[in-house]
Ligand binder design. Structure first.
Ligand SMILES: NC(=O)c1ccc[n+]([C@@H]2O[C@H](COP(=O)([O-])OP(=O)(O)OC[C@H]3O[C@@H](n4cnc5c(N)ncnc54)[C@H](O)[C@@H]3O)[C@@H](O)[C@H]2O)c1
Length: 267
């Protein structure tokens, strides 16, 4: 046992992703920003691919200032195939490869069954499902061609497993889809040493949630009171789980979902 322990990597080594490159979609704000910050702190180069080009560039400049040559941003709508391809090409050119993909960009508009027209349904699917697929397909092809081990983390939701309320039929359908997609793609990529896992956040305080609640933070806090751990989640609660799935702390995991919800699904 002691011999084996001596050969095991140290915790510091397990946590380090120095020299690796991560692409984070929707990485400029909210959960995505927290993920970008933690992956960068753990040593990775980061590509922030976000609709909000200005905020993404600001974050990339800040991170790059701390470690020159380590962070870039590119405007990208994940539902647009040419923009997705451009992000992959720019990342490979800039950092000579990709090792980690975090599919985080997602939208969650409220609409009752009566209000949910097919245009809105298609829009939710285009971002939450099509975007995940296009990034995953291109990154997986790159990893296989380069014979690189890889990590893909899909930001799902507790709504991938159980509805959290009325008015989210399109969102819940899309997030169930991403979870199903995660498991099958994990099966297809396991033999190439490419792990594909999901994270299921519960309610997390982000700009997107604040906008959805009409910037009514009291309403958001009140909803948090129904969480067994007694609070809303913070973006960094999710970033830490993503970091676990992106590092060698999770070497024997694929097709798994890490639920990070303060106990919400227990109710
Ligand atoms: N906040 C929560 O309570 C919660 C709970 C469960 C799951 N999630 C999931 O976490 C992810 C992030 O959520 P959030 O609350 O941080 O959202 P947010 O709205 O606060 O931030 C989303 C980020 O993604 C970007 N984005 C949106 N659409 C995009 C597109 N088409 N292409 C590229 N970038 C795009 C935005 O510009 C923004 O920077 C989503 O997939 C969401 O479904 C969030």
């Amino acid at each position: 046992m002691s011999t084996q322990l001596e050969t095991l990597p140290t915790l510091r080594e397990l946590l380090s992703i120095e020299g690796k490159t991560a692409v984070v979609t929707g990485g400029a704000k909210g959960i995505g920003e927290a993920i970008t910050r933690r992956l960068h702190e753990a040593g990775a180069n980061v590509m922030i691919a976000d609709l909000d080009a200005e905020t993404a560039s600001r974050l990339a400049s800040e991170l790059d200032g701390g470690r020159p040559g380590s962070a870039v941003a590119q405007a990208c709508d994940v539902s647009d195939s040419s923009q997705v391809r451009a992000v992959i090409e720019a990342t490979v050119e800039r950092f000579e490869g990709i090792d980690i993909l975090v599919n985080n960009a997602g939208i969650f508009p409220f609409a009752s069954l009566e209000e949910l027209d097919v245009e809105l349904l298609d829009r939710v699917y285009a971002t939450n499902v099509r975007g995940v697929h296009m990034f995953t397909q291109l990154v997986a092809a790159h990893l296989k061609a380069e014979r690189r081990p890889g990590r893909i983390v899909n930001v799902c939701s507790i709504d991938s497993l159980h509805p959290s309320g009325a008015g989210l039929a399109a969102y819940d359908a899309s997030k169930h889809a991403v979870w199903g997609y995660t498991k099958t793609v994990a099966l297809e990529l396991a033999e190439y040493d490419i792990a594909v896992n999901g994270v299921a956040p519960g309610g997390i305080s982000t700009p997107g949630v604040a906008a959805m609640a009409g910037s009514n933070t009291d309403e958001i806090r009140a909803a948090g009171s129904g969480v067994p751990m007694g609070r809303w989640g913070e973006p960094d609660d999710i970033a830490k789980a993503v970091l676990f799935l992106a590092t060698d702390l999770s070497t024997y995991m694929t097709g798994s979902m890490v639920v990070v919800d303060g106990g919400k699904l227990l109710q």
